[in-house]
Design a protein around this ligand. Sequence first.
Ligand code: SMO
Length: 761
Amino acid sequence: MDGTRDQVLRTHWTGQPLRRFEDAALLTGKGQFVDDLRLPETLFMEFARSDHARGLIVSLNTTDAENMPGVVAVLKAPEPGTLGHAAVNRVLPDMRTLPFPVLPVAEINAVGQPIAAVVATRASIAADAAELIQAEIEPAPLWNDEEPIYRHAFKAGNVAEAFASAAHIVRVAVAHQRVAPVALEPRAAMAFWDEGAQMLNVWLSTQTPHRARTDLAAILNLSEKKIRVIAPDVGGAFGGKASIYPEDALVALASLQLKRPVKWRGSRTEDFLAATQGRGATVEGELALDADGKFLGLRARLDYPLGHWLPYSAAVPGKNAARILPGPYVCDHVDIVLEGHAKNTAAVGIYRGAGRPEAAMLMERLADKAAHALGLDPSDIRRRNLISADAFPYAMATGAVLDSGDYPQLLEMALQKSGYDSALRARDERRAEGEVCGIGIAVYTEPCGHGWESAEVRLDPQGSIVAATGSSAQGQGRVTAYAQIVADILRTHPQRITVAHGDTGSCPAGIGALASRSTPIGGSALLQAAEQFREKARSCAARLLQADPDHLALTESGFETAIPVRRALTWRDLARIAQADAEGAAEFGNGLRTQVVYEAEGEAWSSGCVIASVTVDRETGTLAVDRIVWVDDAGTIVNPMLAQGQMIGGLAQGLGEAMLERIVYDEDGQLVTASFMDYAIPRAGHIPELVLDKIETPSPFNPLGAKGIGEAGCVGVPAAIVNAAVDALTPFGVTHLDMPLTGEKLWSAMKHGTTEKGTKR
Ligand code: SMO
């Protein structure tokens, strides 16, 4: 290779804190969310929903609703067998499934389940009409002790022996509350059957447009080729928009039947009632230790609630929690049993973290109890057990392979940044003066990104470079980060790259935006597609310039060569010639484009260490998180500003779960927390002083070296806060606390001592 060819493939965009290209539109009200879409003749859908948790429909009278002026149709349960099913990801062997309840023929299985759908000329009319629907429901007992939907064991080594030889055994039981993946934008769907094109256009507030298309095809018995799913701007998702819902299917069905556009915009209460919820597991663990505090063996029982139907990733939280135990620690003997049980509630699925938070909570609570049992500092017990930096790739007892990391460095950095030793002294001094305060540590691992994603890089006829991804976006700044990746390969400015996403009509088939996979997997797919595009474009340009490809260099606007004479060809020239030149057209093949389906060699594992400091008001029990020090390792960082935004957003949600958030059903299956009056999310005043830092151990398993970061805050932060709260209440004899750490709970704990297994509700 001689000096004229671009030698540095990465220029300098990766690693730059570029401002988000998305924000100009979003901040000036020019975003296009589903509810912003306008089509002539649009009809609006609203639902009559069950107010019983379980029962049989005895009669359903829709006459009054149908007769209301402005009502166009009322959809009732279709004949059994006329609609198909959405897919469920069977990530565990032998897992059962449940019916996908588009509309129930007879059996009601949860409060809030749609019973009928009203379509009217205005949303307010549809809502009024839905109130006129009379459903007589014969109540039935709630499901209880049914066969599990899944049951699976992860076993390795000889756990019995590990426990028999242990110097210490510590136990913990954690009751995780359910939480809601509160997105700023509730769910929404719009559909339009284009009779001329014979195409069903569906706009969904979704993380997974391609899977939505597949599911809609199956449910509606329609060819995928006749369905286009578009995710326009999506106002947050957090796992709650990763599956197709009955409401989405009904909107599509109504537009097919009525041949008019149909729109539904869910309310906040409908999201609480019928969007997927997260967490809720009951987890018990026992850790066997030798006399030096080394972890010998782990026994764990994880019991996951599932709702009345299974969204696509219903079994993922349970599987994730079980398979990533024992987290960042060496522990070769494990016996982990996982079960999931259906309940008469809203569906339970993935929520930011998806099982990783439960694994981190179990290990970090056990580690603190172990430290206590051995009289060690919590930092010491972790230091003695963390997997060392030279052990990677590291095969865990559960079979997962950790790609890279440096957990001891994360711990030492976080300790140092928190001024740990002086913070401990300060805590003890404050305690001596009667204050209630504590410090908690959590170290976590976070698998993120395996499997495949697709990408296409193409030159459009006007000469702009389009980077289309099978991945999607819901506010993370994907357009900016992906443009940075492609710009480095093509040695141009990121603003010259048009990133296309979230449209099955213009993007290659892909998985979507979830599981912290978009940068490691979606980004790596784009990187490879851009590299192939660059070489294809180079050979085309070389032919047109009659130069040797090795003598061509990339410039910001195209290619240039100095040999034999100085000549240049811009992307715009290339696009024009590609369009016009017959020979070129053959070589360019349908314009100049390259498509890649990228599959990662292995999973990328992020990791981190969080140290939280808290103060509890002795009079009221009110918890204040004073400071969070957090060092994260997400491998190569494409845009540090976006990465930090993800950390802070995840932290806020993790803090909300730790302090405030809780979905409550009463014993009859009624949802008690169906609005923000009853479901508390964190506000700005809850956010503590933050000290954020990072290390970067690139993943060897993808060409970017990237790992995920979107979920990290929900993984490590709750465990650190709970450990800090337990530490604060240790002088009162408290040895365990479950989330949310409400004032009432902490006040009672201070009064009555330990809350072991006593704080479930
Ligand atoms: S919980 Mo995420 O959207 O995989």
